[in-house]
Design a protein. Sequence first.
Length: 368
Amino acid sequence: MKENQQGKNSNLHQAKREKNDEFYTQLSDIENELKHYREHFQGKIVFCNCDDPYESNFFKYFALNFNRLRLKKLIAMGYATSPIAGSQVPLFEISGYEEIANKAYKIEVNQVKDSEEWVFDLEDIKLLIKQNREFIKVSPLKGNGDFSAGDFRSRASIKILQEADIVVTNPPFSLFREYLDQLVEYGKNFLILWNMNAITYKEVFPLIKENRLWTGYGFNMSMVYKSPYTNYLEANRKFVRSKGYDPNDNYIKVPWVCWYTNLEHKKRHEELILYKNYSPAEYPKYDNYDAINVNKVADIPCDYEGVMGVPITFLDKYNPDQFEIVWRADANIAGEVMDCYIRWFKDKWWAPLIRWVFVYKRILIRRK
């Protein structure tokens, strides 16, 4: 990986090494994405299962838009080992909740009275609870076995998951594969944030190919997150300042972020306009795949009928009515069968090659 790329992605690599998984999404980023899915939430139970109810902007967004979205119920929960649990809106400030302050708990919202006093800050959460006590239930959570209280893998969380219709959250970085597997196992609709490179994970890509998962509107973004962990890289701190945040308050830059979902949206069916014509000189074939190489999504030829290898950023423009995903080509697919692979190559040559030079991972597609 190039040096500048290492710097850009350092927060994610550090999180994976140290299990520093708590990156708290900014409200503006949530609003910018969720405005495209409003029709999906009417009459639904929304579960934010990786969100301390008093720290998470996901909970704040849904609680303060409960009536506008016409939700049936909102449930949020965080886990007991969260390093900032209870630090922003301490429950002891709300009469009646002193005993469960600084513990893992869930909050269940069944109805919200509209208020002109809300201005979308932390005080709104306390005000919402005080004004809606008869409609909001706050209760402690218990862990079981290897899973602490509030962990999405705990029995209590899974029981809520079974009740929910849609899951919306930013899951723990190091547990993304396990988290997605759980959503698929229980057949849930979801809208979640994670790194763009997850596209080629063996647990993720088959779902994309089968049109069971796709990207949202926000794709390959650099975002500012609130984290309990300090970022010391000056380039990242400069980015945070450019977005109006203070890096000394533990705001960090996280690059290559995408929304992943199985909720339909309009962008997914927009036609990609193709204008270039195929020529063997401009579109060489791979040495080890019966497919041509396309360096940029905008350069996909309009008159080529065979298999094409395109960058993974293609998924931001992928229209299942226009293209078929054949498979993927990268160094980590050894043993996976595909018709376009030239089998006389040894197993170690799964990464796409052009004149014996490796090409970065590709998605193999053809036009319909």
